[in-house]
Design a protein around this ligand. Structure first.
Ligand code: PLP
Length: 388
């Protein structure tokens, strides 16, 4: 067993050896600017083109439909604002969900300041968004719908294809296009991210969630989707995202994405077995355990639970002392623990929400580690409950 147990893979992941190896030459000898016309630059350009082709193969898209960005936050911002600005004359209404990542929710808040109207759909109690709720939120002036593929806190997987179908049907009735974006940041390596199977027009990814480097991601934009770039500058990325590309990061991301897809089925099976063992052992060993979100449509690596009467903060500190890294479902802002907006939207009480613990596994997690975590959690929950 390693010195610590890392169960926060939804927050970030270590880089894969293949991704590091692919990145290295672009940090040293291949350091040219891909927009330079001499051979050093053109060599970097070839690396960039190959990376784009690799990503496109995994997404089932055209290489030209991929725009490299600095990560999930930028992709979500660019997708929502890019389409909203481009479609302003058609309509200024956007539909999204109350359980999106803040990268999306804070971008739509900015759009609201600019006069756009946004409908935030509430999930069902199990954390799922029903296609019917999307259908009834669409108005005559709706130009964009954004629903995440998998939730980063509770791991629920949304019925993206069914949602896409109802959007298309409604758009036909209204006789104007409604574009569909998904934040698929948590999906690579666990779910298929084929853009045609999902039926999406835009999709956000972030490399550091699938064993690539931090600070690099991509936005898929289906050909023909109206899009106004929100970053002004040079003509990079076919004038959709200005700024010199992070060539080394992009090359590493493309290799990590290919690897994640190649190992997806095998790794998902491994994670499901470990996740189910963890859920079952925790429920068996500890009283008053609540599982947050459906078990059925859930990422293979996500466990989100609340222990009755226990705040997550002291529990996380106790786990840290034991060398176990996990996170709470709550965002800590300015020293005060705000209950998670996701759990709140599911109508989970603030008390249970403040008690939530997210353990996100990886295919490298071992049974031995799971046993250790169950043992430590059961001791710590008992100890903290006694102190209260
Ligand atoms: N969207 C989701 C669902 C995420 O989980 C995250 C990261 O936590 C992001 C967006 C933001 O991605 P990045 O860290 O690359 O900005």
């Amino acid at each position: 067993m390693s010195e610590f147990i890392y169960l926060d893979n939804a927050a970030t992941t270590p880089m894969s050896a293949l991704a590091v190896a692919a990145m290295n030459p672009y940090l040293y000898e291949e350091y040219g600017n891909p927009s330079s016309l001499y051979s050093l630059g053109q060599s970097a350009r070839r690396g960039l083109d190959q990376a784009r082709n690799r990503c496109a193969r995994v997404l089932g898209s055209r290489p030209s439909e991929i725009v490299f960005t600095s990560g999930g936050t930028e992709s979500d911002n660019a997708a929502t604002m890019g389409v909203a600005f481009a479609q302003k004359k058609i309509g200024m209404h956007i539909v999204t969900t109350a359980i999106e990542h803040h990268a999306l929710l804070h971008a739509t808040k900015l759009l609201e300041l600019l006069g756009y109207e946004v409908t935030y759909i509430k999930p069902e109690a199990n954390g799922l968004i029903s296609p019917d709720s999307v259908l009834s939120a669409i108005r005559e002036d709706t130009v964009l719908v954004s629903v995440m593929l998998a939730n980063n806190e509770i791991g629920t997987i949304q019925p993206i294809k069914k949602i896409s179908d109802v959007i298309r049907q409604k758009a036909d009735e209204l006789q104007h296009s409604i574009y569909f974006h998904t934040d698929a940041v948590q999906a690579p390596g666990a779910l298929s991210i084929n853009v045609d199977d999902l039926g999406v027009d835009l999709m956000s990814l972030s490399a550091h969630k699938f064993h690539g480097p931090k600070g690099v991601g991509l936005l898929y934009i289906r050909q023909g989707t109206p899009f106004v770039p929100t970053q002004a500058g040079g003509a990079q990325e076919r004038e959709r995202r200005a700024g010199t590309e992070n060539v080394a990061g992009i090359v590493a991301m493309s290799v990590a994405l290919e690897e994640a897809e190649y190992r997806r089925v095998e790794n998902s099976k491994k994670c499901v077995a470990l996740r189910d063992k963890l859920f079952a052992s925790l429920c068996e060993r500890i009283e008053g355990v609540h599982i947050n979100g459906t078990l059925e449509h859930r990422l293979p690596n996500n466990v989100n639970i609340s222990f009755e009467g226990i705040e997550s903060e002291p529990l996380l500190m106790a786990l840290d002392l034991e060398g176990i890294y996990a996170s709470s479902g709550s965002a800590c802002s300015a020293g005060s623990l705000e209950p998670s907006h996701v759990l709140r939207a599911m109508k989970i009480t603030d008390e249970r929400s403040r008690a939530s613990l997210r353990l996100s596994l990886s295919p490298n997690t071992t049974e031995e580690e799971i046993d250790k975590v169950v043992g430590v959690l059961s001791d710590q929950v008992k100890r903290i409950r006694k102190l209260m």
